[in-house]
Design a binder for this molecule. Structure first.
Ligand code: CA
Ligand code: CA
Length: 380
């Protein structure tokens, strides 16, 4: 397409025509650059000025333009009006001149600069080790002793603001950072658990559980690197429990099974997480070497008032026990929940009845002393 053809196509589509000369780095935007929030870039006349408006994750696409490839990509761009725009950038280069179009590709009402700041903060936090693990106690229902913890991702932002995983994991997934965060949380879990065990040598059955997605465990290097990291932290493999959901496993059951068998052989224990939220049966999951089943908090919350929820819990307990698996009740919020879960045969429980997630240090104190009115010290 010639320059003139691009310009007329741009006008017809309400888009901008873009022309960039690689030799001189001269950028020409024709059309209503202000409507696209790009009048600054148009005035600056440099490709870099356009790049400054793009989300960090989208910048490689602009570099591909500089390298002269053919392009058809969707990008996120913040205009001078701070609005976030989704744009489509298409075109190709000929003889060192790149010609293309910037088309609107939908819009969102969120504040674009705030969003880009959040992305930059999240990347910096990950690099600086500010994303770490907090630990929610898991308590034995038979004697109300601390049995272990589930490590959950927490981001300590500026001004002592603590962000829960739900607040930043969707963004992390979008930016492709979830795996790095998972690795950081599992490493922190192993290091903290090794420290607790040193504080309370009698608590030798104490475990720490951490989560992994199917995308992570199906990575061929996952099991080996987790085994090496837990070993390097000085934590026995049997004290580390990896939680995986049924839905995640079913994305690639064969690869998941290989990783799980490798972890089992190394001495790790495995938990089937959020059970009941997917749609398969425990019998179908028999091929996977789980040690425990975690019943989703949804059933525990319903159980007080709903006989069918109680029947589901009782039957999960029966089947799990017949496979020699332990059962953890999640989302135990009240003493009545805890009593009911014990009556229904659950072995362990976790939830606000016992504690929210604790910092590594507070978790260490709970290992040694318990929390009055909540649960007893581990292994005492
Ligand atoms: Ca979990
Ligand atoms: Ca869970």
């Amino acid at each position: 397409m010639s320059e003139a053809e691009f310009s007329s196509a741009a006008l017809a589509a309400g888009a901008l025509a873009l022309e960039w000369d690689a030799a001189t780095d001269e950028l020409t935007l024709s059309g209503d650059a202000a409507a696209m929030g790009l009048s600054g870039a148009a005035k600056a006349g440099r490709l870099e000025a356009l790049g400054e408006r793009l989300a960090p994750g989208d910048r490689p696409a602009l570099e591909a333009l500089a390298a002269g490839r053919e392009l058809d990509v969707r990008l996120r761009l913040v205009g001078e009006d701070r609005r976030l725009r989704l744009i489509r950038l298409i075109g190709r280069s000929e003889a060192g001149v790149w010609r293309g179009l910037i088309l609107p590709a939908g819009a969102t009402p969120e504040d674009g600069l705030e969003r880009l700041d959040l992305e930059a903060d999240l990347r910096a936090a990950l690099a600086a080790g500010a994303i770490t693990a907090h630990h929610q106690p898991i308590v034995s229902l038979a004697d109300r002793r601390l049995a272990g913890f589930e490590a959950l991702a927490r981001w300590v932002r500026a001004a002592a603001r603590l962000m829960r995983a739900d607040d930043f994991m969707p963004l992390a997934l979008e930016l492709g950072l979830a795996g790095q965060i998972g690795t950081a949380v599992r490493a922190a879990a192993a290091a903290d658990a090794a420290a607790w065990r040193a504080l309370a040598p009698k608590a030798n059955a104490l475990f720490v559980a951490a989560n992994a997605t199917a995308g992570e465990i199906c990575d061929p290097g996952f099991a080996d690197s987790l085994i090496a990291n837990v070993d390097a932290a000085g934590l026995p493999a049997r004290a580390f429990n990896l939680e995986i959901t049924e839905t995640e496993i079913m994305r690639d059951p064969d690869a998941a099974e290989r990783a799980m068998q490798a972890l089992k052989s190394a001495g790790f224990s495995l938990a089937l997480d959020d059970f009941g939220t997917g749609y398969s049966s425990l019998a179908r999951l028999d091929r996977f070497p789980f040690d425990t089943v975690k019943i989703d908090g949804y059933f525990i919350r319903a159980a007080g008032a709903d006989a069918s929820a109680r029947a589901i819990i009782a039957s999960v307990v029966r089947i799990a026990h017949s496979y020699a698996m332990g059962v953890v009740a999640e989302g135990v919020e009240t003493e009545a929940d805890a009593v009911l879960c014990a009556e229904l045969g659950c072995d362990l429980a976790q939830g606000f009845r016992f504690a929210r997630a604790l910092s590594g240090e507070a978790a260490g104190e709970a290992v040694v002393s318990g929390v009055a009115g909540r649960f007893l010290a581990a292994g005492a």
